[in-house]
Design a protein around this ligand. Structure first.
Ligand SMILES: Cc1cc2nc3c(=O)[nH]c(=O)nc-3n(C[C@H](O)[C@H](O)[C@H](O)COP(=O)(O)O)c2cc1C
Length: 187
């Protein structure tokens, strides 16, 4: 992708849930919407994605670990952040202020910096029913995070048709549009 300084930069934090395997689809749609993207996977998600493909697609290295003190920062400053998919684990740790991954460090700092943050939680019903989950989503929302409904990106059978963008294009694996629209609104 060619560098266009007029575009805003979005950090796309990716957690270890199945949509991570197809995050290139969301990157493509966000590019079409005018964003530069830096993909920041959690350490678990880092082993689920193809770093080479995503680095080539975004034009930025895929960072998932902390740099050493004194090393230069390899990522440009973000204008906004999206967490997609946002796991039960990362949501609960973030709401507790835990910074034990590079991704969580970015997210905790972003709260202090008051950056626009949009998240698409992705937790199965048995995890989503845990009492801390809703409490922590509410906490994040109170801090200014735009929280999309849990599993809004899951494609259900009846929605498959609307995910088709044309006869010659395959259906997307997940329903990314709500994310793209929410990120654009949350500025
Ligand atoms: C195949 C597989 C699917 C998973 N799906 C989910 C999921 O949909 N949502 C979720 O919150 N965790 C899911 N997990 C568990 C997370 O990967 C696990 O909690 C991990 O520690 C999350 O790390 P992270 O939050 O740092 O990305 C899944 C794990 C595996 C192995």
């Amino acid at each position: 992708m060619s560098e266009d300084q007029s575009r805003s930069l979005l950090y796309l934090v990716v957690c270890a849930a199945p949509p991570a395997r197809h995050i290139d689809e969301l990157v493509e749609l966000l590019h079409q919407a005018g964003w530069h993207i830096c993909v920041i996977p959690t350490p678990h998600a880092a082993s689920w994605i193809d770093h080479q493909v995503l680095a080539q697609q975004t034009g930025h290295p895929i960072r998932h670990d902390h740099r050493l003190p004194g090393d230069p920062d390899s990522l440009p400053r973000a204008d906004a952040i999206a967490v997609v998919p946002a796991t039960f684990n990362t949501i609960n740790k973030w709401a507790a202020g835990i910074s034990d991954t590079f991704a969580l460090g970015i997210l905790n700092e972003a709260i202090g910096l008051k950056l626009p943050i949009t998240i698409a939680p992705y937790a199965k019903p048995s995890l989503a029913a845990h009492p801390e989950f809703d409490k922590n989503l509410e906490k994040l929302a109170k801090w200014g995070v735009k929280v999309l409904p849990n599993e809004v990106i899951r494609v259900r059978a009846e929605a498959q048709d609307t995910e088709m963008e044309g006869d010659d294009k395959p259906a997307l694996h997940f329903s990314w549009r709500p994310v793209v629209e929410a990120v654009a609104r949350n500025l």
